[in-house]
Write a protein that binds this ligand. Structure first.
Ligand code: 13P
Ligand code: SF4
Length: 366
């Protein structure tokens, strides 16, 4: 995240906290009606309902980046999601479009686990070790600088929805893959494609060190030691508890969960896959879902004919996704209608030039 921008974020004026929910909602409706097609609100599935309801388009990371790449008529794109998503939208938007993130504190702890200096150091060491045999692939949950690094070095981006396709492509390009920053998505996808765990090494960015036992020549996948602090809360114990009391409940998890959890669950897939699977499930079917809580709660409400619970009963939402609330949304919109932009996300041109190479490769594969 751009630290200076983050520190320089204007404070939300007090009056927005004092407005009632109805007042805030009415204000969003009025501004949307007034601005028409000039304004385009994108909402990730993990957003709170209070803002999610106002999305012009909702989706997972892949869908939202595809939509951002196509919409060139809106003057303002307001992103209800996290910082890396707004950066992606800015990279894919035209120069005239302005991208706004209602609260700059909506970051992502996983994206913060790979900074560009660490990645450059890792790359240098890995090239020394393995020569020109590695392709870098980054989950879109990463900074624009990491995407640019992948673009410059022949690699691409990936989301949980297209991971198998992208990783399959990666191995048509090079013998080995460096997968950043989520070790779990990298491990789960590679394993599903038939790569044994014994051929996967871990790169520790804090120690600048490769963790691997065995013959280095056998390494096919190098997993960056990062993770999602939300999905790591789902455990094998959660699964065993449900299996013991309700063996007929189907367990469905996101591939950001660790290998053991994915292995012991019945199904796994991206946010989009989770939504579609529940939609298609028969009435009366029983589910335990391992993903972000705002989405699980919404699915429970949307499908009252199905019996749905969270895999972890004590599990909370993604705190950074939750930074985007109605007061921040209304504040950002009221400024736009007055011709002022608060919390603009603007990726510098040099970074965007390389990052778009990585994103375009992914979009062409998706
Ligand atoms: P997807 O939208 O690709 O499923 O990613 C999940 C996520 O963690 C978003 O932050
Ligand atoms: Fe980042 Fe995980 Fe939150 Fe997604 S759910 S924004 S990966 S911390």
């Amino acid at each position: 995240m751009d630290v200076l921008k983050f520190l320089g974020q204007a404070l939300l004026p007090e009056k927005y906290y004092k407005m009632s929910k109805d007042e805030l909602e009415n204000r969003v409706r009025e501004i949307k009606a007034q601005m028409g097609k000039e304004l385009f609100i994108l909402g990730h599935h993990y957003q709170r309902d209070e803002v999610f309801q106002f999305s012009d388009v909702a989706g997972d990371s892949l869908q939202l980046s595809q939509i951002a790449a196509k919409n060139h008529e809106a003057k303002y794109i307001v992103f209800c999601g996290v910082h890396f998503m707004a950066e992606t939208a800015d990279i894919l938007a035209s120069d005239e479009q302005v991208v706004v993130l209602p609260d700059l504190k909506a970051g992502c702890s996983m994206a913060d686990m790979a900074d560009i200096h660490q990645a450059e150091r890792a790359w240098m060491k890995l090239q020394e070790q393995f020569g020109d045999t590695i392709i870098p692939i980054t989950y879109v949950n990463s900074t624009a600088a990491i995407k640019a690094f992948c673009g410059r070095n022949g690699g691409t981006t990936v989301t949980s929805s297209n991971a198998k396709k992208v990783v399959t492509w990666a191995f048509t390009q090079k013998e080995r893959m460096l997968f950043l920053p989520d070790q779990h998505l990298g491990r789960n996808t590679s394993y599903d494609l038939g790569i044994p765990l014994e051929q996967m090494a871990i790169w520790d960015p804090n120690k600048d060190e490769l963790e691997f036992e065995g013959n280095l020549e056998d390494v096919k996948v190098i997993l960056w030691k990062g993770h999602c602090s939300v999905h790591q809360n789902f455990t094998v114990e959660n699964i065993e508890t449900i299996r013991a009391s309700e063996p007929d409940r189907t367990i469905l998890v996101h591939p950001e969960c660790c290998r053991e959890v994915v292995e012991k669950s019945d199904l796994n897939g991206s946010t989009h896959y989770i939504v579609e699977t529940i939609k298609a499930a028969p009435a009366g079917s029983k589910w335990a879902i391992g993903t972000e809580m705002n989405l699980v709660k919404r699915i429970i409400k949307q499908f009252p004919d199905k019996d749905i619970i969270s895999l972890n009963p004590h599990f909370c939402s993604c705190l950074t996704m939750n930074r985007i609330d109605l007061p921040h949304l209304v504040w950002a919109l009221e400024n736009l209608i007055e011709g002022k932009v608060v919390n603009e996300i603007a990726v510098d041109k040099a970074t965007a030039k390389d990052a778009v190479v990585a994103l375009d490769r992914m979009l062409a594969l998706s």
